[in-house]
Write a protein that binds this ligand. Structure first.
Ligand code: SAM
Ligand code: SF4
Length: 352
């Protein structure tokens, strides 16, 4: 653990002694917030074509929250009733010292925090899987859109499929439950989705498919990438028996069982099926900007609160303000008129 993270030990012990949270986070539509997605970096070692351009401009490091600030902020959320934290990015495992943050937050498991998890591209997971398990992580989401090495290189602009497979294997060996996320891309991995699902289910991994969202400028037209999951489901039903399953993961996916593979499949469908009613999530960028909606421009500056003379008081105000501005639903649209709204920030800023 880094020196700065130890600094919070007193606060941590205090919270363990009295884990009762302050006023819970409830928005103006009556939704209770229990889930934080915390981006720890906007940097990444891949360049997925739907996520960012090859020549991506990354944030100056001084604008990014320190590990200590990320830790303090996460504790603030736990204090207000957040029970699940997903560490994301960019690629969280490229952030130096990140395991220290997992170790520090892991100490709150059972003391307000119920689950600590991460989303990763798995290129560096082989070297970190055991440490993550030791820190208290039990499940990881791994992004993998293709099993074909040449296609992987085309899609991510890096030849890294062998490392990713190694990372997936290491995670399973370390005792982590693996869920694979794949973005469904028209004409790119469309033909391969059944094989990807069958492969994952054969290894006892769940799979979630995601519709592409119009976040940030990339080098391709969004509409050219967009593949409605209603079409994917119809195609899968010609091959397999799919039965809806009421399972809830805390995220926006709807689930179904695939009789022939014996596995579970989730669909995240911001366009073909809105999921905002039950939204329990908040997202914070690596610079401490809190976005109450992935698909909206509303934001609250948590970094200013953290760096103020009265961090606790200012954070409390910032949380209350967030609850007032969380919108009822996102306004993503992807149809023949195009992709909207145009949100300038990439998914790598707000995290998946
Ligand atoms: N680098 C990590 C990874 O790829 O898993 C974590 C961050 S990444 C931004 C989180 C998720 O967002 C990934 O599953 C990725 O496929 C997805 N994603 C990125 N850009 C997207 C977009 N424009 N639309 C839909 N999903 C996107
Ligand atoms: Fe990196 Fe994840 Fe974006 Fe791919 S989706 S470029 S792995 S942040």
């Amino acid at each position: 653990m880094t020196k700065g993270l130890v600094r919070n030990r007193d606060f941590l012990d205090l919270a363990k002694a009295d884990p009762s949270p302050n006023a819970p986070l409830i928005d103006t539509f009556g939704r209770t917030i229990s889930y934080l997605r915390l981006s720890v970096t906007d940097r990444c070692d891949l360049r997925c074509t739907y996520c960012m351009p090859e020549r991506m401009t990354f944030l100056p490091k001084k604008e990014v929250l320190s590990l200590e600030e990320l830790h303090d902020l996460a504790l603030g959320f736990i204090d207000r009733g957040v029970t699940k934290i997903r560490i994301t990015g960019g690629e969280p495992l490229v952030r130096r010292g990140i395991i220290g943050l997992f170790e520090a937050l892991g100490q709150r498991l059972g003391y307000g925090l119920e689950e600590l998890t991460l989303t990763t591209n798995a290129t560096q997971l082989a070297g970190h899987a055991e440490a993550l398990y030791k820190a208290g992580v039990r499940r990881v989401n791994i992004s993998l859109d293709t099993l074909d090495r040449a296609r992987f290189e085309e899609l991510t602009r890096r030849d890294a499929l062998p490392q990713v497979i190694e990372g997936i294997t290491a995670a399973q060996e370390a005792g982590l439950r693996v869920k694979l996320n794949a973005v469904a891309l028209k004409g790119v991995n469309e033909d391969e989705l059944p094989d990807l699902i069958a492969w994952a289910h054969g290894l006892d991994h769940e799979v979630t498919l995601i519709e592409v969202m119009p976040l940030g400028d990339v080098e391709e037209e969004r509409l050219d990438q967009y593949l409605p999951l209603s079409d994917v489901r119809s195609a899968l039903e010609e091959r397999w028996t799919l039965t809806d399953n009421a399972h809830k993961s805390g995220g926006p996916a709807r689930y179904m069982d695939v009789a022939e593979t014996g596995g579970r499949l989730g669909l995240i469908t911001p366009h073909t099926n809105n999921f905002c009613d039950g939204c329990n999530r908040l997202r914070v960028t690596a610079t401490g900007q809190l976005y109450p909606c992935l698909g909206g421009g509303e934001r609250v500056d948590m970094r200013a609160a953290l760096r103020s003379d009265d961090p606790q008081g200012e954070l409390a105000k910032a949380f209350d303000q967030t609850m007032l501005i969380k919108p009822e639903r996102h306004h993503f649209r992807m149809d023949e008129r195009g992709a909207a709204p145009h949100l300038p920030r990439h998914m790598s800023m707000t995290g998946g």
